[in-house]
Structure formats: C-alpha cells, structure tokens
Design a protein around this ligand. Structure first.
Ligand SMILES: Nc1ncnc2c1ncn2[C@@H]1O[C@H](COP(=O)(O)OP(=O)(O)O)[C@@H](O)[C@H]1O
Ligand SMILES: [Mg+2]
Length: 283
C-alpha cells in the first residue's frame, strides 16, 4: 500500500535571527498508511507540535522531504491539495473559531474553496451530525463549553473531507467529559476509515491508538504497536513518560494475584479482566 504521509530524513530548525537557529527535528523517517490510528508521544518541548506542523505543510523541512500522497510539501502549488488531504485540530478551541454562528464557522473552510451552496449545506449538516453538534448550529460558539467548541472545530475540518486529521493536544484544554467526547469522535472517524494522528501526553489517549511513535529531542526513539510500546515501562520512564494508569494498576494486582493479566493498556480491557476473573471465582 502507498503511504498517505511519508517523512524522509526530515530536519528542521526555527530561525530566531540571522545568527541564531534552534534545531528541533533531526533525521525523522516514518510513513503513515491510510486508515492508521497513530499516537505521537513525547515530553514537553520534544518537538511534537513542530512535527505535526510538518504533516500538512504548515512548516517545511530544512533538510529531507515530506510527501503527502506523493505531493512534496515544499511545492507551493500543491499546498491546497495537501491541506485538503490532511486537516489539523489544535489545542486551543478558541483560536480556531472564526465565525459568530456555529454553522458559519463549520462552513468557513468550504467558502474558501468555492464549494457550491447545496453541497456546502450537505457537508456542514453531515459534519455537525458526526460531532453531535447539530442542535447548536444556530448558536454563537463563544457560549459553548470547551469540549463543544472543540467539536465545532473538528466539524470544520471534517467538512473539508480530509483523508487524515492530525489532533495536536486537542483534548488538553478540556475537562474529562470534553476529552471523552473528542476521543469518541476520533474513534468513530477511524472506524469509518479515516487516518487519525493524535499528539498527546495523556497515555490513556495514546493507548486508544494502534501504533505509537515516541519522540525525544526531535528524534524518533520508538515506533510500534501501542501494546508493544507500553511494555517498555523503564525506557518510557527515562523519557519522562509513563504507561497508562490502568497498566500500572493491572501490574500491581498481577503482583498479588498472578492470574490477573498485566498485559492491559485500555480501561475496557481492565474491566473485562475483572469480570472474567470474578466469573471464574463464582464457578
Ligand atoms: N516558534 C518557535 N520559535 C523558536 N523555537 C520554538 C518555536 N516553537 C517551538 N520552539 C522550540 O522548539 C522545541 C520543540 O517545541 P514543540 O514542537 O512545541 O514541542 P512539543 O509540542 O513537544 O512541546 C522547544 O524547545 C521549543 O521551545
Ligand atoms: Mg506541543
């Protein structure tokens, strides 16, 4: 299968002035395939946001290349095609809201690419429906909760019908309820075949993904299935990262009751294990 996004030896520095450069990304190589659900994790300042901005051409590498479906992000003529393939949802919902009415906000990107009225209405309806915000369509966004605003921002991206959405810490300003709402949308869109890339420092969110890429000092230090990555508890600790809370709890229980599996990364698995063992206890 052709990769959707391919990074080849990508390096990048921020230029502060003529003399000063801040090197951030170093020799990054990886591919993302259609339909994947990938989490990118790393501690603060490790380069996650800089990397995210390379995934749809907001930033372009100093060395190396980023290919989106074979388009090079350095090719200015293909910026529009690239932005329509990969959409991004950022951390602060307030910075992403541009209109004074929810449905106008969702339609904003479509107006810019001259989508005909009828199709625009259809796309906005559909996007609001996916994020369960249709009842709020005529409301001003600034009265909404953080989670609701973030879902409006997601609807704006969905309306563009991208093949992939990058979420850069998109749940970090939200309470646990808002976070759950946004996570459900990610899961639902991935189930429909959309490629999801989520940048997060919540390990419970990373555990929802199928694959985890770990970044440290602007370099990829681990890349593999989520379950494999979370087996490296000590290496993760050295990178100031930890395994999900349910994995820690499962290990503690396993140490007392060996029959309780410690190979657990998701809340649902933890609950299943408890149910399974309590049934065995009864019979
Ligand atoms: N606009 C910028 N100008 C200069 N340095 C920056 C800029 N944005 C980020 N950095 C620096 O780049 C490094 C990586 O930042 P970032 O990609 O935001 O990491 P993360 O998202 O993992 O916290 C940090 O040292 C940060 O200070
Ligand atoms: Mg960041």
């Amino acid at each position: 299968m052709e990769p959707l996004i391919r990074l080849e030896n990508v390096s990048f520095s921020y230029k502060i002035n003529e003399q000063t450069k801040v090197p951030v990304l170093r020799d990054i190589d990886f591919s993302i395939y259609p339909g994947e659900y990938v989490a990118i994790i790393g501690h603060n300042g490790s380069g996650k946001s800089t990397l995210s901005k390379h995934l749809n051409g907001i930033l372009t590498p100093d060395n190396g290349d980023v290919w989106i479906h074979g388009y090079n992000t350095k090719n200015v003529n293909q910026k529009r095609a690239i932005r329509q393939t990969v959409g991004t949802v950022f951390q602060h919902p307030d910075n992403q809201i541009v209109a004074t009415i929810v449905e106008e906000d969702v339609a904003f990107g479509l107006e810019n690419i001259n989508i005909p009225r009828e199709e625009m209405r259809q796309r906005v309806d559909e996007a609001l429906d996916v994020v369960k915000m249709s009842p709020f369509r005529h409301r001003p966004p600034h009265h909404l909760s953080g989670g609701q605003k973030q879902r409006v921002a997601i609807a704006g991206v969905l309306a563009m019908r991208p093949e992939c959405i990058v979420f850069d810490e998109a749940t970090s300003m939200l309470d646990s309820f808002g976070r759950k709402e946004v996570l459900q949308v990610m899961r639902k869109m991935n189930d429909k075949g959309m490629t999801i890339i989520t940048v997060t420092h919540h390990m419970s969110e990373a555990a929802e993904a199928d694959r985890i890429i770990v970044i440290e000092g602007g370099q990829i230090v681990m890349d593999g299935p989520a379950r494999e990555i979370f087996k490296h508890k000590h290496e993760l600790e050295q990178l100031q990262l930890e395994v999900p809370a349910v994995s820690q709890m499962a290990e503690l229980i396993h140490n007392r009751f060996a029959e309780f599996s410690k190979d657990i990364i998701q809340e649902s698995e933890f609950i299943e294990e408890v149910v399974k063992l309590s049934k065995e206890e009864v019979s």
